[in-house]
Design a protein around this ligand. Structure first.
Ligand code: NDP
Ligand code: 8X3
Length: 252
């Protein structure tokens, strides 16, 4: 198969990091992005044995940082075939009436505006090449709103709408758009949501077997292994114990 280049946002942990490993094993060159440079350097050192890897350190919330980081890509990396919009997090879990405005801003700026800023820098190259594949990491929270999920759910509902919008608008250019909505995945996600409180975070995954980052990474690997004429549009991936955003069987 023709050599491909993927840009992964949020490659420093969880789903993004696992995806980098799966894509490297599939022979896809990588642009690994995140704010934690040390983690990117370690991952680059490990995966450079398999494929070409470069790293970009930027905050997806800062449009100028996103722009200038992507502009610094060496020539051998500047035709991006695959964009994995994965960077994102939840901050807090509060009733709307008790919500913290800073948390709201963080979620909207990262999960919605950040995804847009990165996409805006990459889409023109894909249009020029008349091919490309954008994979947006949404969530079950984008399909169902759960109590206290309000703004996080809204940010992921926006990702769902943006995936559909991108698929429509980029249809004339042969660009694939895949929306992936995971259920509970045991990553650093809950630790971030609860501001570093590991006990609270561990409770989220108690009494059932959650997904691991690798499970989502393998789905992404499958999506990218389909032939040119096949586009997986919208995928929900749940742990077997999870039937909906709020229905998790913790007694198995
Ligand atoms: P992690 O907390 O493990 O990873 C989040 C990643 O996003 C990190 O690499 C982090 O990198 C990056 N990131 C966060 N904020 C920014 C920012 N401002 N600028 C650049 N990068 C940023 O969580 P997951 O792997 O679980 O999350 C990945 C995606 O999956 C998210 O979009 C999340 O909403 C989604 N998701 C997660 C689920 C779960 O249950 N875990 C379920 C459904 C969807 P760094 O801090 O180094 O910048
Ligand atoms: C992460 C899954 O259910 O905690 O998007 O919102 S959930």
């Amino acid at each position: 198969m023709e050599k491909r280049i993927a840009l992964i946002s949020g490659a420093t942990s969880g789903i993004g990091e696992a995806t980098a490993k799966v894509l490297a094993a599939a022979g896809i060159d990588l642009i690994l992005c995140g704010r934690r440079k040390e983690r990117l350097d370690i991952l680059k050192a490990a995966l450079s044995k398999q494929v070409k890897v470069t790293t970009l350190v930027f905050d997806v919330r800062e449009m100028e940082q996103v722009k200038s980081a992507i502009k610094t890509l060496p020539a051998e990396f500047n035709k991006i075939d695959i964009l994995i919009n994965n960077a994102g997090n939840a901050f807090g879990l509060d009733f709307i009436q008790n919500g913290n405005v800073n948390d709201w801003n963080l979620m909207i700026d990262t999960n919605v505006k950040g995804l847009l800023y990165v996409s805006k820098e990459v889409i023109p190259q894909m249009i020029e090449n008349k091919k490309g594949h954008i994979i947006n990491i949404s969530s079950i929270a984008g399909k169902e709103t759960y109590p206290k999920g309000n703004v996080y759910c809204a940010s992921k509902a926006a990702v769902e709408a943006l995936s559909a919008g991108m698929r429509l608008d980029l249809n004339p250019y042969g660009i694939k758009v895949t929306n992936i909505a995971p259920g509970a995945v045991n990553t650093e996600f809950s630790k971030v949501r609860f501001n570093g409180d590991e006990q609270k975070a561990d409770k989220v995954y108690e009494g059932f077997e959650p997904l691991q980052a690798q499970d989502i990474a393998e789905v992404i690997g499958f999506v990218l292994s389909r032939p040119a004429h096949v586009m997986l549009g919208d995928i929900v991936v749940l742990p077997t114990a999870q039937a909906s955003a709020t229905t998790i069987n913790r007694s198995l």
